[in-house]
Ligand binder design. Structure first.
Ligand SMILES: [Zn+2]
Length: 124
């Protein structure tokens, strides 16, 4: 029992599902879900509804505490390179892999191995 995690949703106990209904006859309550593992919000919430209940309750305080974005951030040309490829249906022709600069639209050819290599970037 102590290894089970409690859903951190602020309203979890108010949703009327059979798995939340606990206790003996005459003394039953809907309770916050307890599980060994959750899949939402870094493993803290039983479902999306509970995740969004928490966000809606705490988001303003969180943004005030951690700092709001007050000016646009910029992604410059130097950082605008992505890997891409043109797919070829002809089996005699291989797909064409390349770096694409999403701002300038410049293309630089690379090999399929370079495309597949997660450590290979435009600066290699
Ligand atoms: Zn929940």
């Amino acid at each position: 029992m102590s290894n089970l995690k409690l859903c951190q949703g602020t309203q979890c106990h108010t949703y009327h599902t059979q798995d939340r209904l606990k206790g003996v006859k005459g003394n039953k309550t809907y309770q916050t879900r307890r599980r060994s593992n959750f899949y939402y919000g870094n493993g803290n919430f039983c479902d999306q509804r509970c995740l969004y209940d928490w966000i809606n309750t705490y988001i303003e305080r969180g943004l005030d505490y951690f700092g709001r974005t007050k000016e646009p951030k910029h992604l410059t040309e130097d950082c605008a390179w992505v890997k891409n490829y043109d797919w070829r249906s002809n089996p005699d022709e291989s797909h064409r892999h390349y770096f694409l600069n999403t701002i300038t639209k410049e293309r630089r050819p690379i090999t399929e191995q370079q495309y597949d290599d997660n450590n290979y970037d435009i600066n290699n």
